[in-house]
Design a protein around this ligand. Structure first.
Ligand code: FEO
Ligand code: CA
Ligand code: CA
Ligand code: CA
Length: 628
């Protein structure tokens, strides 16, 4: 939109001095034509964007390497719940020495809380439900023996029980503080062994048949639950990401092309579940692998509801599901596939959302069209902007035919990556979260980093313009029409970088990166009602070399109009900050400290002997709206 110029162009427009320097930047050897004629201007010469954003009502804080949560002045943080706390009726207390059993863990809050949503309950501002992903486990802390590998089936079952999703009831305690309600009929654990069903075009497909489920309609469990989405009808979407790392075999095994495309590495599963649970042994149960990598819908308000894997949304390493309703009424879901060189997708429902009749919305996630994105450069060669298109992944269209291995729509949905390859989608720098600005409908996507960009088989392109991209970027697009459109324009909200380590050149970042707010690896992303963009990081925080002066992982807030970015929160040692959600009054924010002490260097929270992933509540000491 014309009133929201890209950061780089704004700087060019409003700073004649900079325009002149850029025009001559070739002489400094700082601009180069690389990767198909994409020009990277001399970002080194850029000044920071002017401060004074009216949207951001707090002062940026310095980087921190402390083993604690650090917040902007006037804010406070408290723990809502940590891994292992009792959740379901009859759950035992957390054992800090790892001695809880698998059966105990099935009733306790899961590990590594990631994406999550707050659902307001009827009857006012003081009650809600939360659905919270438990992405994976830190085995060295999960097992009493302290090894990172399971020793027996009981260990595997404990690991499986610490995965999945936790549903919990919360109530306002005092001020803007909240507490978990115990007991509550809503409190529930969904694990890697919870019965669920398939729906959509791939349900029942031969690729999903197993000995235990010859019809391919029912499946056990969800794991690798990274981030999330929330539907307008009050259900939760949990996204299965690194599912491939749970499958393996000790037998000699020849991978299919599709298994390779989904990076299955049977000799070295990251978690040794296949050693004790044959469901995860790909030689014994090859199709079980196809039954994961989906988006799962959960109704948190119906405690005995069966979760549903919605196959129409495709199968890949799903990061999150950014749900929006198009002006014309269709449900639109933006999704990233988080791996180096993978794609950005969009799903558009066939029918329109019917707010007055929630039951009519049940098929919206089953009947619709899945698209994949192509990002083209600007026709005039201006860097960091361009146009793009959405290409439909529909059987019989765009070359997706039987001779390419796509006989049915189910073939496309089970091997979505392969279908997107056929239509030559744009290979991105690890798409993580996508968020839609409620004010103008623009979608923003974190491209977290890509050390392989610029290698022979992953050339630079307009949207992914830096070789060995250690810092990442946030790209945004504006649909031509409403969210159902098939064409868009795009620009770069920020190229992250480090002016301390790289005062000049492309690794300095765009002008909205300064020595004060420098960060790497944007990942979590969310808009609040006022249109502030909350950015959470999951990067390398050695504080040395490329990362000098960046401290621990952190949360920053961006002004979409001016491009200004301020650091709001820094997490404890070797954690990532992720999973952002707000109460409806925007006076309490929940944010996750995930895997603190991954490098065995943390006692978070409260000097815990084993560091524990925790859901944090952030509030303003004066009771005001966050960020304002
Ligand atoms: Fe679970 Fe891509 O982060
Ligand atoms: Ca994570
Ligand atoms: Ca992530
Ligand atoms: Ca990440």
């Amino acid at each position: 939109m014309s009133n929201h110029p890209p950061v780089l162009n704004e700087d060019l427009t409003h700073n004649p001095g900079r325009r002149k320097l850029l025009a001559g930047s070739g002489a400094f050897g700082l601009a180069g034509f690389i990767g198909g004629g994409i020009s990277i201007p001399s970002l080194a010469l850029a000044k920071s964007v002017p401060g004074g954003s009216k949207l951001l009502g707090f002062d940026s804080i310095p980087a921190s390497t402390a083993d604690e949560v650090v917040l902007a002045e006037g804010y406070q943080a408290d723990v809502l719940i940590s891994w292992g706390e009792p959740l379901v009726d009859g759950a035992p207390a957390f054992d800090p020495n790892g001695k809880n059993s698998a059966a105990d863990q099935e009733k306790q809050f899961g590990d590594n809380n990631d994406g999550m949503s707050f659902f307001a309950m009827e009857g006012g501002q003081d009650r809600g439900l939360m659905a919270i992903n438990n992405e994976y486990v830190n085995e060295q802390y999960l097992f009493a023996h302290g090894d990172s590998k399971a020793h027996d089936l009981e260990d595997v079952k404990k690991s499986q029980a610490a995965h999945g999703v936790s549903v919990l009831e919360v109530r306002r305690s005092e001020g803007n503080q909240w507490e978990v309600v115990r007991p509550s009929r809503y409190n529930r654990r969904i694990t890697a062994n919870t019965p669920m069903r398939f729906s959509g075009p791939a349900a029942g497909d031969a690729a999903l048949h197993t000995e235990a489920d010859p019809e391919g309609m029912n499946v056990l469990g969800t794991f690798g639950n990274c981030a999330n989405g929330k539907t307008p009808w009050g259900t939760y979407l949990t996204c299965e990401e690194n599912f491939d790392t749970y499958f393996g075999t000790k037998e000699a095994y020849t991978l299919t092309a599709a298994q390779k495309r989904y990076t299955l590495n049977p000799a070295e599963p990251e978690r040794n579940w296949p050693d004790f649970d044959p469901r995860f042994d790909v030689a014994k149960n090859p199709n079980e692998f196809n039954r994961h990598g989906w988006i799962v819908e959960i109704d948190p308000f119906t405690p005995d509801s069966v979760p549903v894997k919605r196959t129409a949304l495709g199968r890949f390493k799903h990061e999150n599901a950014a749900v929006t309703v198009a002006k014309s009424g269709e449900l639109v879901v933006y999704m990233g596939d988080d791996e180096r060189g993978e794609y950005i997708y969009k799903y558009v429902s066939k029918d329109k959302v019917d707010q007055a009749n929630p039951a009519a919305n049940k098929t919206l996630l089953d009947e619709g069209t899945l698209y994949v994105a192509i990002f083209d450069g600007d026709t005039n060669g201006t860097p960091l902007k361009g146009t793009g298109r959405w290409v439909a992944l529909v059987q019989g269209q765009n070359g997706l035919t039987a001779d390419k291995g796509f006989r049915t729509q189910a073939d496309i949905l089970v091997n979505t990556r392969g279908a997107a390859d056929v239509v030559k989608a744009t290979r991105m720098d690890r798409p993580e979260w996508i968020a839609v600005n409620p004010h103008d409908g623009r979608a923003y996507c974190t491209l977290t980093n890509n050390s392989k960009r610029g290698d022979e088989n992953m050339p630079l392109n307009a949207a992914n313009p830096r070789p060995n991209n250690v810092y990442g970027q946030i790209i945004r697009w504006d649909e031509k029409g409403d969210a159902t459109a098939q064409a868009f324009s795009w620009d770069m909200f920020v190229l992250c970088g480090n002016p301390i380590a790289h005062p000049q050149g492309v690794n300095r970042g765009t002008p909205n990166i300064t020595e004060q707010n420098t960060f790497n690896s944007p990942d979590g992303l969310g808009f609040d009602e006022a249109g502030r963009l909350w950015i959470l990081t999951d990067g390398k925080y050695s504080n040395k070399g490329d990362y000098e002066g960046q401290g621990n992982n952190q949360m920053l807030v961006g002004d979409p109009q001016s491009g200004e970015i301020r650091r709001f929160m820094v997490g404890p040692k070797s954690c990532e900050l992720t999973g952002i959600t707000f109460t409806p009054d925007y006076k309490t924010m929940f944010v996750n400290v995930q895997h603190p002490g991954e490098e065995k260097d943390s006692h978070f929270p409260n000097n815990s002997p084993r560091p524990r992933s925790s859901v944090m509540m952030i509030t303003r000491k004066d009771g005001g709206v966050l960020g304002a």
